[in-house]
Write a protein that binds this ligand. Structure first.
Ligand SMILES: [Zn+2]
Length: 414
């Protein structure tokens, strides 16, 4: 293989050092000192190559190797370098290291593609800090408003805009991060599978055909806090009773679609939150995902209808906030074909897969021709300290993307 296994391992291990929770998995939130450390490591590695290193207005890091024809749009290879809280060393990082290793190999092997080749290391994909996922890819593909950067805050009340400013970025320039359709020849993301299928099927690589759509909403229910001893049951406006009734129905709403639709209540807060006070306020999130956009909107409507009915009966009120909405998206046919052809030529076993997790590639694919490669996750584990991909497996994925980039990098005019 042309890619370098010890170097790939070293990158992953070095990036893992920039971690807010050593010994308890990897925690690297965006625009923190851990972000700075990982970013500087990547800048240092890129600095050893003949590439232009730059950051966009959203705070993502890029390394661009010129192509033979400066008029052609680049092929971008990358992923995110933020993590969830107490996550693992491979989610996101694997794809960033892929971009870096490909730049090194192009230089070492003296390969000049017609199209430029760019590595992308993107921020805030997980939304761990600001609960605002896929931030960098949304800024790049769809455009972000300054408003969102000012509204979204971390647990300490710091907005994205404030965090950007103290990190050295100018949030008012966020519009400049957006790239128009046609400004990228391709976006390719390698990612760990985060599921057990490849390992179970004993297959080396997954070539992603489509990614599920995601709808994330926050539900806030307001009742009235009262004394738990002196307030009769029929005079209560208990926000938690409304929430419980609504939440208990959500699994059946998802299951009755019979198309793999899933819905999850992943956070839940009760206020004031004392044993002797009737809950006056409850807040929770509902994350709904499906390959069918219609199933997502159907589940959402059922939840909203149920909320209206139940809160009316309980004397409570509610408010819905849309935190994230991404439609299901298909990967580019031509890039999928190229990945498949290269996998065959390299002798790797592969299978077409759909992704149940959201990725930057899903946002990018809505505007740019995009492809995605999965490498096996040990026991399907991810978003936990046990997250693991064998380095030899990761290398095969990187090798596949490397050959695909070279092949896509030839100008179609020739
Ligand atoms: Zn990821």
């Amino acid at each position: 293989m042309l890619t370098d296994l010890p170097r790939i391992r070293k990158d992953i291990e070095n990036l893992a050092r920039f971690n807010a929770t050593p010994g308890k998995g990897l925690t690297r939130f965006s625009l923190t000192s851990e972000d700075r450390g990982a970013r500087n490591y990547l800048k240092d590695q890129l600095g050893q190559l003949d590439v232009k290193v730059y950051e966009d207005a959203a705070g993502s890091l890029f390394g661009r190797r010129d192509g033979a024809d400066p008029s052609l749009p680049p092929i971008m290879v990358g992923s995110h370098f933020d993590s969830v809280k107490n996550g693992g060393n491979f989610d996101g990082q694997a794809g960033v290291v892929t971009g870096l290793e490909i730049l090194r190999c192009l230089e070492e092997n003296n390969i000049r593609t017609d199209h430029p080749v760019e590595m992308a290391a993107m921020i805030e994909e997980e939304g761990g800090r600001f609960k605002s996922g896929l931030l960098a890819s949304r800024a790049m593909a769809l455009g972000l408003s300054l408003d969102e950067l000012e509204q979204r805050r971390d647990e300490d009340g710091i907005s994205i805009a404030e965090a950007m400013r103290s990190f050295g970025f100018d949030p008012s320039r966020i519009g400049e991060a957006r790239r128009n359709p046609g400004q990228l020849r391709a976006f390719i993301e390698l990612h760990i599978e985060q599921g057990p299928l490849l390992e179970k099927m004993n297959t080396e690589l997954g070539i992603v055909s489509s990614i599920v759509g995601t709808d994330l909403m926050r539900v806030n229910i307001k009742g009235r806090p009262d004394h738990a001893g002196t307030t009769p049951m029929d005079l209560r406006r208990d926000a938690l009773q409304t929430a419980a009734a609504v939440i208990s129905m959500i699994p059946s709403f998802a299951m009755e679609k019979r198309d793999g639709t899933v819905a999850t209540v992943g956070t839940f807060t009760v206020r004031p939150g004392a044993p002797n006070i009737v809950p006056g306020e409850v807040e929770f999130t509902v994350d709904t995902r499906s390959h069918n956009a219609s199933s997502i909107s159907m589940v959402k409507k059922q939840i909203t209808d149920n909320l209206e009915k139940t809160s009316r009966a309980d004397g409570t009120t509610f408010q819905l906030d849309q935190l994230l909405k991404v439609d299901p998206v298909a990967m580019d046919k031509g890039i999928r074909q190229e990945l498949q052809d290269q996998a065959e030529a390299l002798g790797f076993s592969w299978q077409a897969m759909s992704s149940g997790a959201g990725h930057d590639a899903m946002v990018m694919a809505s505007v740019f021709p995009s492809g995605m490669v999965f490498v096996p996750s040990k026991e399907g584990r991810s978003h936990c300290p046990e997250e693991w991909t064998d380095y030899a497996d990761l290398q095969k994925g990187i090798e596949l993307v490397y050959h695909t980039v070279i092949s896509l990098g030839v100008s179609s005019d020739q």
